[in-house]
Ligand binder design. Structure first.
Ligand code: FES
Length: 183
């Protein structure tokens, strides 16, 4: 198996010998995901969701393998992986804090929350702490404007947030064991 990169490109694409889409994974995806959609391509989002959850990013090699699995081009997979904030090409921290910065949350004082995270974690939105513990993101409307300000800690939405609560959630996340992910 091989694929070509532009000779002009200096980018290193990390590869591993073990495929992301192993025969066992392909078989499970066929059964649990692809079978639910009229077209194979429909399975792209849930598959990317699973990869992001498991690896905290979408590895390039996985994108190529997923494209082959779904019978679409790697560019289509890349488009999807770069369009949605849920997905990242760089590994994210064990806890991703996504603070809503859209209009309702802005009006409800999201700024102290963001400033507190920036200070406490020592990173700017879009960055990950050196120890790999936290990624901080500024999110578009999370669909919970009536309980603004809100933020996601990984996949859990927290509403009507204030600084002490954010502080407590950060402390909790620090203590959480590095969670393994099992299927
Ligand atoms: S603006 Fe923050 S949830 Fe809608």
């Amino acid at each position: 198996m091989s694929w070509k990169t532009k000779p002009s490109s200096t980018m290193q694409i990390p590869r591993r010998a073990e495929p992301y889409v192993s025969p066992a994974v392909a078989e499970r995806w066929e059964r649990e995901i692809v079978s639910k959609y009229h077209v194979r391509k429909g399975a792209l989002m849930p598959i990317l969701h699973e990869l992001q959850h498991e690896h905290r990013c979408i590895p390039y090699q996985a994108m190529v393998e997923v494209a082959r699995f779904l019978g679409i081009s790697p560019a289509e997979v890349l488009d999807c992986a770069t369009f949605y904030e849920e997905f990242s090409l760089e590994p994210r921290g064990r806890c991703t804090i996504g603070i809503c910065q859209s209009i309702a949350c802005e009006a409800c004082d999201h700024k102290p929350l963001m400033d507190h995270c920036r200070r406490t974690l020592g990173i700017e939105p879009g960055e990950t702490t050196a120890d790999g513990a936290f990624t901080l993101l500024a999110m578009e409307c999370l669909g919970s404007c009536d309980t603004a300000p809100v933020a996601l800690f990984n996949e859990t939405l927290h509403e009507k947030l204030d600084v002490p609560t954010v502080d407590r959630l950060i402390a909790q996340a620090r203590q959480a064991p590095a969670a393994g992910h099992h299927h």
